[in-house]
Design a protein around this ligand. Sequence first.
Ligand code: 3AT
Ligand code: MN
Ligand code: MN
Length: 529
Amino acid sequence: QPPVRHLGVTAPISLSLPTERDKAITISLMEELRHQGIFETEEETRLREHVLGRLAGLVKQFVEKVSLMRGLSATAAKQAGGKIFTFGSYRLGVHGPGTDIDTVCVVPKHVSREDFFDIFEPMLREFEGASEVSGVPEAFVPIIKAKINGVELDLLMARLALSQIGDDLTLQDDNLLKNLDERCIRSIGGTRVTDEMLRLVPDVVVFRDALRCIKLWAKRRAIYSNVMGFLGGVAWAMLVARICQLYPKGNAGVVISRFFTIMYRWSWPQPVMLKQIEEGPLQVRVWNPKLYPSDRAHRMPIITPAYPAMCSTHNVTESTHKVMTDEFRKAAEIVDQVMVDKAQWSQLFAKHDFFHKYRYYLQITASSGDADTQIKWSGTVESRLRQLVMKLEFVESLILAHPFTKGFEQVYFVTDEAELNAASSGEIWDSFKKRTAKDIEGEEGGRAVFTTTFYIGLSIEPKPVGATGPRRLDISYPTAEFAKLVKMWEHFQATQMGIVVRHIKSSALPDYVFDEGERHPKPPLKRPK
Ligand code: 3AT
Ligand code: MN
Ligand code: MN
């Protein structure tokens, strides 16, 4: 085999060193990022390291305890080991203040998943400085969420087919996946992908700085969300990593200045990959559009570098693809201006204009009577929203169905059926707008309504020249189908949960979608007489 001369599936575009200009814009970019407050303090960094050290010790204690229970000798129980690995933004080194640390606890084969929830979780509850410990053993990726010394943690577990887990273990070897439970394979997938990504970029510091910039930009422009059909953290990281490979000697300014143009011009559905897709020891599918029609349907495939290769962007739809392409174009224009000193970096991070952009919006309101139900119900509706987007994309004369990346949560206190129906439909009447829990105490029919409202911006084809009458836009079918679909959720209860899809004009958008001073005040919506 020839020696590896470059990282990535093609040769680099340029091996040039940064110019004086590149150096200057990188300095101003980093200044702007600091100004935007995305870096944590040194104190917080130390606290995270301290917490991870303590957690690593606790995992070893847990393994030792279970080992003794299984009849291992004291020495063997100590040697059984146990190790934690991080993934997510913390592992990549691009986390912000107050974000979580995603961690997987790797244990030897005689420690089971039940032990993780029956023994480790109680140990964690007793652990000094731990709070808000809550396990979700039945999740697709079983997880314990917790806080230690105020630091949020997502804890996964993986049981390897090894009798000891030494401190020097890495998760790189594909053969480690053999004979593992699928949940364990999924749980170490995050670490395997982030570690591989870090190995595949020419300069980790450049990669991190550039990724911080892209993450901030994508969040501000409301295109950072895997569930809603945009890209999530892993996919954005892979795009940046690919540009780093193409400019191995570049600094952050170079990478950013090429990023948007290259992504704008990318010939999708040609995939973005950090290395060639490899086969491996498992009977699992790796991404292959030649073989699988569902893989062929991916519009913007961005493929994870660790075996088994997967597409991290299967939620992208025609609309979200268009929206992202448009954002790439706009950002490329701004960065071109920054390069010639005609714009500031801050302009790249300007807030999105989603609620100013469209004349019509779909308003999707999920409601229920209590906070716990609402979390699960609104999560279910959110996770299926892109199904509605895809149905809308089939509607004739609808150019674009643009989902907003987050839902808005409101609690209202209503006193009768009419108010209840209004609130559950996403309407805000003056009569209950400012009412508090206290106001309905002892009131007959008084109750709380928890609502989460999502928005989809609609871009409609202009009327053909000479056409008369209003343009017909029939969205009753997709919206009815969507309501039916979410109600098929296994825990759906018609008496407890509501779902209403409304078609509104931009002038009817509620104040809560705008920042203070973002829009001119309008007359409030009165209760109809
Ligand atoms: P933050 O800095 O934490 O906002 P992040 O990139 O670390 O950004 P997350 O902590 O949300 O993002 O997720 C880290 C990884 O965990 C990304 C994904 O591989 C996995 N993950 C996130 N949410 C889920 C989920 N609901 N189920 C399974 N895996 C998930
Ligand atoms: Mn995270
Ligand atoms: Mn997390």
